[in-house]
Design a protein. Structure first.
Length: 596
């Protein structure tokens, strides 16, 4: 299907009395239209409507009502608790990820380490799509409680597992719960913050990563040398519910307070059980979500699992995954446009040029990132002779730098109000500069300081773009649809990440062994297979030897092509940002009540 997206030559800031959707995206609601409810909800002027919008779903109405009863002390306490939760959760996440290879190794299945991580991460990411609907219909506190239970069950299963299959299932529970908790907290911030301040609060709650990224490595070593990996999971099975439950009760208390004050419309149902099933099936857009999540799961699994099949891309299983997954993904927009009685995301909003091009921007960023970053750690260890600790520190520059810079960007957006220009004139150019300079500085013998400099540039660019991409889709959406647009953004990120990793793997497997065969001296040719397949063998050759120089040159020339491809892909990012509407978040009032 071809999208027609008219571009206005004169872009002006959105006035606070206007809904920040493009004119071309507005649809006049008609009583016979299957998108009437969602279209009307999009067109409601938040500045003139009632506190609780009758067009919104029950969970959103509850969230709107809660903002009227939050005390200032409770709201500040909630944000402090969220910061603490992210601190502990990021620390735990690092430890759990580091323990995974030791778990699979203890069951003599170390080769399945990557598979368990792929499956759990994929399912955790896809779950955001139905979960966005769940919290809109059921409520934020109820969804949060379910995710706490899911995380805890996963950690208990990890601590007690007796085989890799159980551990893989446990990781799925944990990843779903963890992703759900993160998503709920992001939506809570969207519900309780003024749009002009939201970038700062999103950066603020991400700041604990600056500290935890350095701490979980030594902590994992202590766990393995003392109590063992089972108690490494068991500790967090106790800490997680203790840490998260108080925030749930704070959410639930204020929801009940709003209900007792009569701010939440009562729901009177005369439906039978079957009628209720049909009603919620329609409200959840079950068919649409099944088409989307199943299609995406099959499509992305093909990219992640093809290398484990004997025939790789020619494998019947992989071909079926791609074909069936692709057809289901094509069927999703057709179903949403012409058949669905209640759409997952309003068609008019999906065709909003700012939303659409934010999604292409997010996909291109992650595709380009994984294209060059997949083998970056290996290059640091082999080509630049960095220790494991030093290489880890360098790869963490992006995480630390982007989290730090996101806070500063939040402050800038608070006073400037602009999103498009921060991304267009700083975020994208400095990212391209950092990756482009890596083409020059990837050579063996180059001072590692230049690599660190490039990583800092990329980190500052990433901190700008991540904040701007989230803020942009929220700025042009009504409160009703923020969970849906953020869940769709996550879907595009998953697609970009999977495709980027696959392209990087294809380049590596196709080029690196050929370069080794071309450059290795005669006495090392017999060991080519081991050199190609094992990073420790590559690093074992003395620095300055003919074999090591050949390995380094092969790395450098392979990485050069990856970096060139990634730099070219950032042109898609640049073009996408250019298509955004010039939104001024200082002039948009999206939520009311007690907000920060």
């Amino acid at each position: 299907m071809r999208f027609r997206l008219p571009i206005k030559p004169d872009e002006i800031p959105v006035d606070e009395k206007q809904q920040p959707n493009d004119d071309e995206a507005n649809v006049t609601p008609q009583s016979a239209s299957k998108e009437a409810a969602t279209s009307r909800a999009d067109q409601v002027d938040d500045d003139k409507s009632d506190v609780v919008n009758p067009e919104f779903q029950h969970g959103v109405q509850s969230a709107q009502a809660m903002t009227q009863v939050w005390s200032k002390q409770h709201l500040i306490l909630a944000y402090v608790m969220i910061w603490i939760i992210y601190f502990v959760k990021n620390f735990a996440f690092g430890i759990i990820g580091t323990l995974t290879p030791y778990v699979t190794s203890s069951f003599k299945e170390h080769s399945l380490t990557g598979t368990t991580t792929i499956l759990s991460t994929l399912i955790g990411g896809l779950f955001k799509l139905p979960y966005a609907k769940l919290i809109d219909i059921w409520g934020r506190p109820q969804g949060f409680a379910l995710m706490i239970a899911c995380m805890t069950v996963g950690l208990i299963m990890m601590a007690g597992c007796n085989n890799v299959q159980t551990y893989c299932a446990a990781q799925v529970f944990y990843s779903v719960g963890s992703a759900g908790v993160d998503f709920t907290l992001t939506i809570f911030i969207a519900d309780t913050s003024a749009l002009k301040n939201r970038a700062f609060w999103l950066g603020f709650v991400g700041s604990p990563y600056i500290a935890t990224v350095w701490a979980y490595g030594p902590a994992t070593e202590d766990i393995l040398s003392s109590m063992g990996w089972r108690w490494g999971f068991g500790i967090w099975a106790i800490v997680t519910p203790v840490m998260l439950t108080p925030l749930f009760f704070l959410f639930y208390y204020n929801q009940r307070k709003a209900q007792k004050a009569g701010l939440v419309p009562e729901r009177h149902s005369q439906r039978t059980v079957m009628q209720s099933i049909a009603y919620y099936g329609k409200e959840f857009d079950v068919i649409g979500l099944l088409l989307l999540t199943t299609g995406l799961a099959l499509f992305l699994l093909a990219f992640n699992l093809y290398s484990k099949q004997p025939d790789e891309w020619k494998s019947p299983l992989i071909i079926c995954f791609i074909v069936i997954g692709g057809l289901l993904l094509i069927a999703f927009p057709v179903y949403e446009r012409y058949i669905a009685p209640v759409t997952f995301i309003p068609w008019s909003l999906l065709l909003n040029r700012t939303v659409f091009f934010t999604y292409t921007m997010a996909a291109s960023i992650y595709l380009a990132w994984y294209l060059w970053d997949t083998y970056f750690y290996s290059m640091l260890v082999v080509v630049f002779s960095q220790s494991v600790t030093q290489a880890t520190y360098i790869t963490n520059i992006y995480s630390v730098g982007s989290c730090f810079w996101a806070v500063l960007m939040g402050i800038l957006i608070r006073y400037n109000g602009r999103l498009k220009w921060q991304a267009l004139y700083f975020g994208v150019p400095i990212t391209i500069l950092g990756v482009g300079l890596m083409i020059k500085f990837r050579e063996p013998g180059v001072n590692i300081g230049y690599i660190v400099m490039c990583q800092i540039f990329i980190a500052f660019g990433g901190g700008t773009l991540v904040i701007c991409e989230q803020m942009t889709v929220m700025a042009v959406s009504s409160q009703q649809h923020i969970p849906a647009v953020l869940a769709m953004e996550s879907m595009f990120i998953n697609i970009g990440s999977a495709v980027g990793t696959t392209i990087a793997t294809a380049l590596w497997t196709g080029i690196f062994p050929q370069k080794l065969a071309e450059y290795l001296p005669a006495d090392a040719q017999s060991n080519l297979a081991n050199i190609y397949g094992d990073m420790t063998v590559q690093a074992s050759y003395p620095v300055g030897s003919a074999a090591r120089d050949a390995i380094n040159r092969s790395y450098s020339e392979t990485q050069r092509l990856m970096l060139i491809a990634a730099t070219c892909l950032y042109t898609v990012t640049l073009a996408s940002v250019m298509m955004w509407k010039d939104v001024n978040v200082k002039k948009i009032q999206q939520v009311k009540g007690r907000i920060l």
